[in-house]
Design a binder for this molecule. Structure first.
Ligand SMILES: O=P(O)(O)OC[C@H]1O[C@H](OP(=O)(O)OP(=O)(O)O)[C@H](O)[C@@H]1O
Ligand SMILES: NC(=O)CC[C@H](N)C(=O)O
Ligand code: SF4
Ligand SMILES: [Mg+2]
Length: 549
């Protein structure tokens, strides 16, 4: 490439990048005495790795809801003046990498819905698999749409049902009964924050608590007098007067790293199917829809998406990845002189591999810290430069050595093809690739844009063929069983490795995404959403009647 290449091309984000697209990051805060827009800004900075396409913050100030959002990174979208122009008592924020709908301002989040007097703003992580017919029916009922995003269908449904029942919680519940797929959502109106999660808990969402110094002192004194439970694990355990006295606010976020950055303490996860309401009246939890028999948390969070310092069930992502590396060394050993990791996500597992194998760990690749995670160039020529732009081998460390290179995943193979070539040029004697997850064979429908099945390199090539394609000496992947042993106990979605989809995907949604002849489990030929389903749901008050009785 010549030096006079238009450098402005380097600043573009490619929507059809060869890497797995990230998910989205969701943040919500209710804290009447704090600068909620600023807290949200910092929460979103901590979640930036989950989406770099657009960023947005909506605040509620007791009277109305205001939104500011734009395409680009959080730091580019918001200036100090923008944050100061968003006063309020509560807020939701979002960083997006779109999985449904265009990469446009209109599809960026939070999505606002204004139907009559109901104004709500929604932040969504996940993908809904059945929104086409629901959108059509809403349009027929006169509800306007600004984008083709699945998330906008959800917020418009919530607005539509809320204006009838005058209960936002009811609008959310009716919507949860209709939508299918993966969703972790945070929503505000002018005075309450809601957080809710799909019945399988596919996408993550945690609850945290902000404390005030004066409140903590008062709570400590009260606790000494009244045996306050110190190991309270659930929000319900945390509504005692003493605890409320020390609570300056509540926070919900996709990952615990967003709680850490604003000094909030982790309380618990939002439960599958739960709706949490946070307002001046306190914190109220109810089961919006029944939880699925088996939870199906996305295991790719542990493999790649979540930040290493985020914690699930007491175990950091770093520790999970380290253990994956150790298992990998046991399952796929090889004789070598040095283990190196692929920055960033491959580093913890490389450390684990080195520890377990006894092969020295080394730094063989330097990452340009100014290149974002999925910063891929828009043209083929620039795309070929993508990995080089981001990673550079340390020739004096690599030269003449037999190297084990550990990375978290191979999706389309772009990274590995270029990396192996770079390492050969740097003089590596042997290159052994070890991947700390199984072969990625099936597309994701629940919030990760891995593309169609035909784009996944392992869908059409055996391990040996992939090895030859990337030019390595050997290649091996971690098994599904070993992977499951490295993460906290629980139910996981492993569909991208196994083809066992926990949430049924309507045939109309999945049909074109599979290679002919591949038969995934969990794809169903569902009856389309009935013509009058919205009307029926609109007039169905059986739940209120049951609960009033
Ligand atoms: O096979 P591919 O299509 O190339 O995708 C897989 C690669 O993409 C991700 O890295 P990414 O650069 O997105 O993020 P990271 O810096 O967190 O590793 C992942 O860690 C793999 O390295
Ligand atoms: N990655 C995500 O979670 C995307 C959320 C939503 N489906 C959108 O496309 O905006
Ligand atoms: S298919 Fe894969 S990426 Fe998608 S939710 Fe399941 S485990 Fe996560
Ligand atoms: Mg990587």
């Amino acid at each position: 490439m010549s030096l006079d290449t238009n450098l402005s091309e380097f600043t573009a984000f490619d929507s059809d990048a060869d890497h797995p697209h990230e998910e989205c990051g969701v943040f919500g805060v209710w804290a009447p005495d704090r600068d909620v827009a600023r807290l949200t800004y910092f929460g979103l900075r901590a979640l930036q790795h989950r989406g770099q396409e657009s960023a947005g913050i909506a605040v509620g100030d007791g009277g109305t809801v205001m939104v500011r959002k734009d395409l680009g990174l959080v730091s580019r979208v918001f200036s100090n003046a923008d944050i100061e122009a968003l006063p309020g008592q509560l807020a939701v924020g979002h960083v997006r990498y779109g999985t449904a709908g265009a990469k446009s301002w209109e599809a960026s989040q939070p999505h606002l819905s204004t139907i009559n007097e109901v104004i709500v703003a929604l932040a969504h992580n996940g993908t809904l698999v059945n929104t086409d017919e629901l959108r059509r029916q809403l349009i027929e009922l006169g509800v306007p749409f600004n984008s083709n995003s699945d998330s906008e269908v959800a917020v418009k449904l919530i607005g539509y049902f809320t204006q009838e029942t005058h209960h936002l919680r009811e609008g959310i519940r009716k919507t949860m009964e209709l939508i299918r797929g993966g969703y972790a959502m945070a929503l505000i109106n002018e005075n309450a924050l809601y957080a809710f999660r799909d019945p399988h808990g596919v996408r993550p969402l945690v609850l945290g608590r902000l404390t005030s110094d004066e409140g903590v002192a008062a709570a400590n004194a009260a606790a000494a007098a009244s045996a306050l439970p110190s190991d309270a694990a659930s929000a319900e355990d945390l509504v005692g007067d003493e605890v409320l006295a020390s609570t300056a606010g509540w926070v919900v976020a996709s990952e615990t790293c967003a709680l850490d950055i604003i000094g909030a303490e982790y309380v618990r996860d939002i439960r599958p199917g739960e709706i949490l309401r946070i307002s001046a009246e306190g914190l109220v939890s109810e089961q919006g829809v029944p939880a699925a028999e088996k939870t199906a948390h996305c295991i790719f969070e542990q493999v790649y998406f979540a930040r290493p310092d985020s914690i699930v069930d007491g175990k950091s992502m770093y520790a999970c990845r380290y253990d994956m590396g150790r298992k990998l060394a046991l399952e796929c050993p090889v004789e070598a002189d040095m283990v190196i990791g692929t920055p960033d996500s491959g580093l913890p597992s490389a450390e684990g591999y080195a520890f377990e194998s006894g092969i020295p760990y080394g730094t063989g690749l330097i990452k340009n810290r100014y290149v974002a995670r999925t910063f891929i160039e828009p043209t083929q020529e620039l795309r070929a430069m993508g990995v080089r732009l981001k990673l550079n081998p340390l020739k004096d460390v690599i030269e003449g050595k037999r190297i084990v290179v550990v990375d978290d995943s191979i999706v389309r193979g772009t990274t590995m093809v270029q990396l192996v070539r770079m390492l050969r040029q740097a003089g590596a004697k042997e290159i052994h690739i070890r991947i700390n997850c199984p072969e990625d064979i099936w597309p994701c429908f629940y919030g990760v844009d891995t593309g169609e099945q035909s784009q996944l390199i392992s869908a059409t090539k055996s391990v040996e063929e992939v090895c030859e394609f990337i030019g390595a000496d050997t290649l091996a992947f971690l098994s599904v069983d070993a992977l499951l042993e490295c993460v906290p106990k629980g139910g996981y979605c492993t569909a991208c490795f196994t083809g066992e989809y926990p949430v049924a995907i309507p045939d109309s949604f999945g049909r074109d995404k599979f290679i002919k002849g591949y038969v995934p489990r969990g794809v169903v030929r569902t009856a389309p959403v009935t013509k009058d389903v919205l009307e029926e749901k609109y007039h169905d008050h059986s739940w209120e009647e049951r609960n009033e009785a």
